[in-house]
Design a protein. Structure first.
Length: 228
């Protein structure tokens, strides 16, 4: 799988093509889906552009993206400051087409197990984000994938920790590490991701035009580095 991470918690000042509104996220999702992406990871925003978990705002974003790319997996992040996240997630239960398919939960979050349970109760799968050595035993119900965030030097040790769990693994890096880790993940045949959340730049240091340019190159590198 190649996942596109379209915006993250970045601001409009960081890149002119960063999609923040539901309409812009839907446009970028359609562009990357045409390149073979089967999953998009997005951070819905409120009316002033801040990341949010509030039900109606999440629903508007998800439904708009889903209408543009029916059938694609839509992922959101629970790593959002402020508010009772468990209560906000509970408000997703009646959202229907406005409910995400999967949501990321960081294991360094002290309440990560509670968040996993909250997501399971509203039938949203969990992508557990691991970026440090932490005990991972007796995972709660609902965890469907592990995302490892690493530098190239730390990727091997983190993979040794999560591979015995027997779940699908998505491996990615950020900023200066994004392309090197993508190449390594493709070689290992793990899921990969790319987009403006992870890096604003191409491997040669030039600023990428948009998510589609990043994803097109990521797809090419993924295919060229996968074992034949």
């Amino acid at each position: 799988m190649l996942q596109a991470c379209l915006n993250g918690s970045r601001t409009a000042e960081e890149h002119p093509a960063l999609p923040l509104t539901p309409e812009r996220l839907a446009e970028d999702a359609a562009d990357v889906a045409a390149l073979g992406v089967t999953s998009v990871h997005i951070h819905p925003r409120d009316v002033i552009g801040l990341p949010t978990l509030v039900g109606p705002e999440v629903a508007t974003t998800i439904a708009t993206v889903r209408a543009a790319v029916p059938g694609i997996e839509i992922s959101v992040s629970t790593h959002v400051p402020g508010g009772n996240r468990g209560t906000l997630i509970a408000s997703w239960a009646p959202l229907a087409t406005g409910r995400p398919d999967i949501a990321s939960v960081h294991v360094r979050d002290p309440r990560w197990r509670d968040l996993v349970r909250s997501l399971d109760q509203v039938n949203v799968k969990v992508d557990l984000v691991v970026d440090a050595q932490v005990p991972l035993t007796d995972l709660p119900q609902g965890v469907g994938r592990i995302t490892v965030v690493a530098t190239r030097d730390r990727a091997e040790s983190l993979l040794r920790q999560v591979e015995p769990l027997g779940l699908p693994i998505l491996l990615h890096g950020t900023d200066a590490d994004a392309w090197q880790v993508l190449d390594y993940a493709a070689l290992l045949e793990h899921h990969v991701r790319m987009g403006l959340e992870d890096t604003l730049r191409l491997p040669d240091g030039r600023q990428a035009r948009n998510n589609a340019e990043l994803v097109a190159l990521a797809r090419k590198r993924q295919r060229s580095r996968a074992p034949s």
